[in-house]
Design a protein around this ligand. Structure first.
Ligand code: SF4
Length: 253
């Protein structure tokens, strides 16, 4: 199994002029963890600078690795359907992953998704922080537990906290929901239909947050960068307020 070894890896070569074009180019040569060795290419985020909403998944899958774009495989198609039903224009949204290279294990002729470990997520965090600085979204939506715990801390439970706005210095509104690939693993059609409804409802909340009065935006110096999730983990544990969509009202966790 591929393991990250931080001590032997160079840091992610994030350029100081962190425009999205520069970041995308620089990330092509990243060797900050071993995942590049077995992947076809770096799959950087896609979407316009100034997108009000940023979606953060876990890592590229098999299709994304081949095409070089995030969320273009089966899970991406489900995401497209859900975004459309929630009233989003996918082209106006910035879509990325916590880890930019596909981690996989061989199973016969297939390449099976393998979950990135903490060292790999931390090694890749500078790229995600740079994307957040460049895009400055109003709403960040973490898709699945890996992205949610990387950005909001290990205490975050998607099943419990989905749809809630968690206070974070990363953006005025940061929330979590499931990864669309989880819908693909539904045991039957009825479950998939029900889970799709819940996913669409969560995305509608993100849309409401995007239209809500903005909380004070984090300054570039105070938002990222910081170690992957450890501070935010503590902060999430301490913090304790959940903001309702379209409202400044908060309630205790
Ligand atoms: S997964 Fe991230 S940190 Fe690791 S080599 Fe790829 S871009 Fe660099």
């Amino acid at each position: 199994m591929v393991q990250a070894s931080k001590s032997e890896q160079p840091a992610a070569p994030v350029p100081e002029d962190g425009t999205l074009d520069n970041l995308t180019d620089a990330a092509k040569g990243c060797r900050a963890c071993p995942l590049w060795e077995r992947a076809t290419q770096t799959v950087f985020g896609r979407g316009p600078t100034g997108s009000r909403v940023m979606l953060v998944g876990e890592q590229p899958g098999d299709s994304e690795d081949r095409f070089g774009e995030p969320f273009v495989g089966p899970a991406g198609r489900l995401l497209d359907q859900a975004l459309k039903r929630a009233g989003f224009d996918r082209e106006a949204i910035y879509v990325t992953n916590a880890v930019k290279h596909f981690k996989w294990e061989p199973r016969g002729k297939r390449r099976l998704h393998s979950k990135p470990n903490r060292g790999e997520i931390e090694a890749c965090r500078p790229w995600l922080d740079a994307e957040i600085r460049a895009v400055r979204p109003r709403v960040i939506v973490c898709l699945g537990a890996t992205a949610a715990q990387a950005l909001l801390g290990k205490e975050l439970r998607v099943t419990r906290d989905r749809g809630k706005a968690i206070p974070s210095p990363l953006a005025p509104y940061v929330m979590a929901t499931v990864h669309p690939s989880s819908l693909l693993r539904s045991p039957d059609e009825e479950t998939r239909r029900r889970e799709m409804e819940r996913f669409v409802d969560d995305l509608k909340k993100a849309r409401a947050y995007a239209a809500a009065p903005a909380e004070p935006a984090p300054s570039p110096a105070s938002a990222p960068p910081r170690p992957a999730g450890r501070k935010s983990s503590q902060a999430a544990g301490r913090s304790s307020t959940l903001v309702q969509p379209g409202s400044r009202r908060s309630k205790a966790l």
